[in-house]
Design a protein around this ligand. Sequence first.
Ligand code: MG
Length: 248
Amino acid sequence: MKSAIKRTLLFTVIIAVMGCATQEKARWSVHDKNRPTPPVITPAAVSGVAPSDAIVLFDGSNLSAWESTKDGSGVRWKLENGYMQVVAKTGNIRTRQAFGSCQIHLEWATPEVVKGTSQKRGNSGIFLMGQYELQILDSYENQTYADGQAAAIYGQNPPLVNVCRGPGQWQTYDIIFHAPVFDGDKVIKPATITVFQNGVLVQDHCEIKGTTFHKALAHYEPHADKLPLMLQEHGNPIRFRNIWIRPL
Ligand code: MG
C-alpha cells in the first residue's frame, strides 16, 4: 500500500516538473543567458522617497500635477510647509495625468485637534482611477463601520488590522493596484489592490468588487484603461505629502 502511494507521489512530481519544463521552454530555458534582465533603477537613499523611475506627483513645492475635479481648474487646497491640506468645500482634486495599474507611495495626516466622530473625523480618500476608494480616516480610537475605517476599500473590505497612528501624525500608504480589464460591457478581470499602511500589510491582493459607493452595492461600469488618481475633499483638513507613482 505504502509503495503504491509513493509511486503515485513520484508520478505526480514528474508530471509537475515536466509541465514546468514545457512551460519554460515556450519562453526561456532555465538560467537562459539570452533572457533580458530587468531595467536598472536607482533607489532613494531613504526608504519611502521616490526611486529614479517614479513620477513625482507631489514633492511639497507645488501642485502643478493636480487639478480640481469641479471644473479642471487649479487646486484650491492649501500648500504650506511641504504639505498640501484639504480646504472644505473646494472639491476633490485629481492628477492631470491618467494612470492604470501602478505602485503608489503617499503620506497623510489627520488633524491633530480631534473634531467629530466616526466618518466625520479626518475623512478623505484615495480613489484609484477616480473610481475605487482606499479610505483615509482618523481611525485611532474612533469607532466606525469596519468597511469604512482607514485602509478599508470603502464599503467593501475592511483592512486586515488597524495600524493607525494618532491624530496629527504622518502615516504612509504603499499601494499596488492592478486595473480592471473590460470586454465591452463586461469586466473580465476585476481590479486588485495590495496596501501597506505604515509598513504593515492591510490589504492582501484584495479583489475590488467595482466602483465604491456610500450605502450602495459596488458594481463595475466599463471605463478607460487609464484615468486620473483622485484625492477626496470630505470637509476635513487632511494633509498630504510625498506622493509618487510608478505605472506598472
Ligand atoms: Mg473617504
